[in-house]
Design a protein around this ligand. Structure first.
Ligand SMILES: *Cc1c(COP(=O)(O)O)cnc(C)c1O
Length: 502
């Protein structure tokens, strides 16, 4: 199987090249030229497999320049029971919700308690193998600018992976105390964490500049290293997310919620559009899905887009209690538009150019019709998010995090607007303990919040009786290893010194 750029069909690469390169030279994103097709007989086979088995099958159909042994090695290393708490890294909790059968797909049992682990636990292994195939065994240097969750998940994924080094930059005052502590206590011999004096955009701009400075690339080259990226537009992060939608369909069938061949809905709390796109790609492969319900917080640019066909990022930016969805440019939407425009690289490029120059574009009415046929968009604000957390806990005995609560809230709206009774899978993207402050204030009934983050965790545990995930519980006793804070213009020096080449 080959991949091409969404903005230039002539840019064609292998799977390992797509993963090693991350983004196409023309700025487009790599997409598979066609999708493997899973008919009912294939799905019947998958019903008998465990998560790892399904993962191996899906990976082998997309990564055709990997051997079966290589894929098995990646999957075994990534989804170990010791890292995800059990042999099923993505369990479903069933609720009879709204009179409908709804499964909450918990994607946060990995080492950092957020769904990014599902992809970032396997990406380092896919990447090192891809680099071996394409770049005669240079060591990969991963630079990450993070506003919190991605940095920690990338650190955990890359820690002690041979032939890789990872350096994470975060805005000194721009992450939560828990996120800072998670990163500064990171273990591993190949990791570095550094705060920068500036905001997230400064960190991101600084990293981009390092990536594109030729002298720095030359220094790395001399030392048999090269830069690579772990960000969410890399095909190696999207592909692992297709797996859990297929696995969740199998679990819906195996548990008797639907019959093989019946359709289900998916609800996804959305930021960069990676997670929901993965479910759409599963559908392109033949997975029976009825509706893709795209849930946003007050940064509701996608809700408007799905309703009107106009994408307009010129609007107020809100900082919300679901921070991983505080995004105005959802990068992976580009891949959906490419697909729905009938693989038109010229139309996709035109829209993306307009987005860059004016922050706005409008799709054709034909493409708009395909969007609204498949997708439903909705949003809710912080107030409604907290009310949903409280309601879910009181009525269903289920404690959800802020991002998952947005999804539940929007699903409610969808059901009351449409009356649709299709069994539904709701993606749950983080442990409630990752956002203890907001979750606690939603269930506390006006009582006063304690000051420290760890006291809030304990109080939430006292009130709800919900188990604290081990990786967060153990954090309390860990001591920080990283204290560096640098100015933005010192980031290049910091990178070279950390790599021991200056
Ligand atoms: C990253 C993230 C999201 C958004 O996922 P996208 O793939 O970017 O749409 C939602 N919830 C949580 C907790 C996240 O970390």
């Amino acid at each position: 199987m080959l991949y091409n750029s969404t903005e230039n069909k002539c840019e064609v690469v292998s799977a390992s090249q797509a993963i090693a390169q991350g983004i196409s030279k023309d700025g487009g994103l790599f997409v598979p030229q066609e999708f493997p097709k899973y008919d009912i007989d294939t799905l019947k086979e998958l019903l008998k497999m465990d998560y790892k088995g399904i993962a191996e099958k899906v990976f082998s159909d997309f990564l055709t320049d990997f051997t079966a042994e290589e894929i098995k090695d990646c999957v075994d290393k990534a989804y170990m029971a010791s890292k995800f708490g059990s042999d099923n890294p993505a369990p479903i909790v069933f609720k009879n919700y709204n009179g409908n059968s709804a499964g909450i797909l918990e994607l946060w049992h990995g080492p950092t308690c957020a769904f990014k682990d599902m992809a970032l636990q396997i990406l380092p292994h896919l990447l090192t193998k891809s680099l071996k195939k394409t770049n005669d065994g240079k060591d990969a240097v991963i630079l990450v600018a993070t506003s919190g969750d991605t940095g920690k998940a990338a650190l955990e994924g890359f820690k002690d992976v041979e032939h890789t080094k990872i350096i994470v930059f975060y805005p000194v005052d721009g992450v939560s105390p828990m996120q800072k502590h998670q990163m500064n206590t990171q273990e591993g011999s190949n990791v570095k964490v550094c705060a920068i004096e500036g905001n997230f955009d400064d960190a991101q701009t600084g990293v981009k500049k390092i990536f594109t400075t030729p002298q720095i690339a030359e220094e790395l080259e001399k030392n048999n290293m090269m830069f690579s990226s772990a960000n969410s537009i890399n095909w190696g992060r999207l592909l692992p997310q297709i797996v859990y939608y297929i696995a969740s369909y199998c679990e819906m069938v195996n548990s008797g919620k639907i019959n093989l061949g019946d359709k289900m809905n998916v609800v996804v709390p959305t930021g960069n559009f990676g997670n929901i796109l993965a479910s759409y790609y599963a559908y392109c492969m033949g997975l029976p899905i009825n509706k893709f319900i795209c849930a946003s917080n007050s940064n509701n640019v996608l809700t408007d887009f799905i309703k009107t066909g106009v994408y307009d990022k010129n609007r107020q930016f809100y900082t919300t209690i679901s921070p991983s969805m505080d995004i105005l440019v959802s990068s992976n939407l580009e891949r959906l538009l490419y697909k729905l425009s009938g693989d038109s690289d010229t139309m996709t490029k035109d829209w993306m150019t307009k987005l860059k120059t004016s922050g706005k574009y409008e799709i054709t009415s034909e493409v708009k019709d395909s969007v609204s046929e498949a997708f439903y968009g909705g949003f809710c604000d912080d107030e409604a998010t907290k009310a949903t957390i409280a309601k879910m806990f009181k009525e269903e005995g289920y404690l959800c995090d802020t991002h998952t609560a947005v999804a539940v809230n929007v699903y409610d709206k969808y059901v009351s607007e449409t009356g649709d009774k299709t069994p539904t899978v709701i993606a749950s993207t983080a442990s409630p303990y990752k956002f203890s402050k907001a979750v606690l204030s939603a269930v506390i009934d006006g009582k006063e919040l304690p000051e420290s983050e760890f006291d809030m965790v304990d109080m939430l545990n006292d009130i709800t009786g919900v188990e604290i995930p081990a990786p967060l519980a153990s954090l309390k006793n860990k001591t920080a290893r990283f204290f560096d804070v640098v100015k933005v213009d010192k980031m290049p020096d910091y990178v070279l010194e950390s790599l021991g080449i200056k």
